[in-house]
Design a protein around this ligand. Structure first.
Ligand code: HPA
Length: 278
């Protein structure tokens, strides 16, 4: 797998490079319903995933499929509007391929975002949560397989995946804007079914704050490459069983839209500050 997969990564990077020589410093991955930030971005070039040979393209409603290159708060960024998920049937190595391509394009910092269900009954919805750490269950580690020595070591340290200085910076930025941010542990499950009420109770009892179907694997792939990582979850709903209402994807997208403006403001203000730290 090693050579064929690494060669695919390089081909994807080169296909993007053939379309733009834009040099991003920060990579931003937008979760379900959080695509609005693109409206505040000063876009220079758009590269559709479908135009990159071999690149995985999402089938999920609410996920556009493109890299946006441009500036947020004057900082050169590449923004992933749409990601692929393991539950769509993609191999885990393909799930993290777009992240790795951004690493190969030269980003120094990866800013992850997602929609997530709250595991703490007291959590407001919708609300924003800085990711302090993550746990993955039922999800293969994306580094399984021959190590890609060109990207990073066989046994990378994961003791501080979400950089403490970047987390502090997100809180400081939010405080200056009069915005409250929670902080907690994100749990990545495979999906696509939402959790049962007892799963929600269990994952809350072992220290989880929010649950979703993405992000942790991308964070692991990014840390493997030595990138700095931070993340914000948009808590779109209470986990199953914590409210009377059944869960559905449309509600997740709608809650993302409701908080989209606040989320955009936070990201726009945070990026220049985060950039100073990398
Ligand atoms: N569970 C899993 N993923 C999610 C949820 C949820 O409740 N909400 C948004 N993404």
């Amino acid at each position: 797998m090693e050579n064929a997969y690494y060669e695919k990564l390089i081909r994807c990077r080169d296909a993007v490079r053939a379309k733009t020589d834009f040099q991003p410093r920060i990579g931003l991955i937008l979760g379900s319903g959080l695509g609005r930030i693109a409206e505040t971005m000063d876009i220079v070039t758009v590269v559709d995933y479908k135009d990159i040979p071999g690149f995985p393209v999402s089938t999920v409603p609410g996920h556009a499929g493109r890299y946006l290159f441009g500036y947020i708060g004057g900082v050169p960024v590449v923004c992933m509007q749409g990601r692929v998920h393991y539950y769509e049937g993609f191999d885990v190595h393909d799930v993290v391929l777009p992240t790795r391509v951004m690493g190969l394009l030269g980003i120094k910092l990866l800013f992850l975002t997602n929609a997530a269900g709250g595991l703490d009954p007291e959590m407001d919805t919708p609300s924003l949560m800085v990711i302090r750490d993550h746990m993955m269950f039922g999800f293969p580690n994306p580094l399984v397989g021959p190590n890609l020595d060109q990207l990073g070591p066989r046994f990378p340290d994961m003791s501080q995946v979400y950089d403490p200085a970047l987390r502090a910076c997100l809180h400081d930025t939010a405080a200056k804007m009069g915005m409250k941010l929670a902080e907690g542990v994100y749990i990545q499950l495979t999906g696509p079914s939402f959790e049962t009420p007892f799963e929600v109770r269990y994952y809350g009892s072992i220290g989880g704050s929010a649950v979703g179907m993405s992000t942790a694997c991308e964070a692991v792939a990014a840390r493997h490459m030595g990138l700095k990582v931070c993340g914000v979850s948009c808590i779109t709903n209470k986990g199953a069983g914590l409210s009377a209402a059944p869960l559905n994807h449309e509600e997740v997208i709608e809650a993302g839209n409701m908080i989209g403006e606040r989320f955009s403001q936070l990201v726009t203000a945070a990026i220049p500050e985060l950039d100073k730290l990398c």
